[in-house]
Design a protein around this ligand. Sequence first.
Ligand code: TXA
Ligand code: MG
Length: 332
Amino acid sequence: MPASRDHVMTDCLAITGESVARGVDILAHGGLVAFPTETVYGLGGDACNADAVAAIFAAKERPAFNPLISHVASAEAAFELGTATPIAACLAETFWPGPMTLILTRRPDCPIALLTSAGLDKIALRVPAHTEARALLEAFGRPVAAPSANPSGRISPTRAEHVLAGLGGRIELVLDGGPCESGLESTVIDCTGDTAHILRPGGITREAVAATLAARGMTLATESPPTDEDAPASPGQLASHYAPSAPVRLNVTAPEPGMELIGFGETGGAGELGLNLSPEGDLQDAAANLFQMMHAADAAGAAVIGVAPVPDRGLGEAVNDRLRRAAAPRTL
Ligand code: TXA
Ligand code: MG
């Protein structure tokens, strides 16, 4: 990873119209901006830009590509990205804007980068209530991917000082909106089916969700999946996760007939597309390109997809984690 990405000047500005405009400019150029929401501070990047999303994982040193929440300014904007089931529409009407994240099926024309949702066909969407956060989202006009703005494994930040202590030198800007009202992350609810499932408890209580749905004749599942954020109850954690239709072989250094070889560094790509995760051998670029290139190789109708060896350091650990899942025996 180039040194420049590890040593940026981090500005911390009180959140105003002017600093929000600066934040929008940074986001538009693929940079990272920490911003307050009513739950915790988020580490924001352009959700449609896989490079920016890879930079989020790098800045947090997140060990695996756990899917990220995309933040938008309105429910209308959310339902342009994910399919509005009756359950989702009901919960959005009641609890958005607010501390609630809905898991929806990605719409076919959804521009959110596959890395943002860890290659899943479900996406996480939230409309925060925080006034200035909404101003940032409205002005940017596109979804902002944002996990909590802390290094992986550390406590979520509820003040700009926490963000600076954890991520100073790794991100361009912290928008300081003072202490977060709640400090408890959003409630994550899977709304893709006929029954709602709470995947992570949070700012909106189970009772409130159940009562709201019951009033409209809809139901909340009673069983609750594990809630450990480092091992989320999401499909991203299954052994065979992103499975292209072609079989996947790892650590390939020479292509076989019919193989679409996705290269890395000096092991160049081969096959119809000649893809390379990063000709320069940059792991952050590889992370950004991974899901997109697997999709492209699959869409090209390859009999077998091969992937060149990727070193297991830094973001390479997460890249290899995802590659192992893609190559694992299929569970579906
Ligand atoms: O309050 C919050 O939710 C904060 C603020 C910044 O919005 N964000 C936050 O993000 O806590 P993060 O990355 O720390 O947690 C995201 C949660 C994880 O538990 C993740 O597994 C789940 O959302 N998630 C995201 N996308 C998912 C998907 N497609 N399917 C299932 N779970 C998903
Ligand atoms: Mg977190």
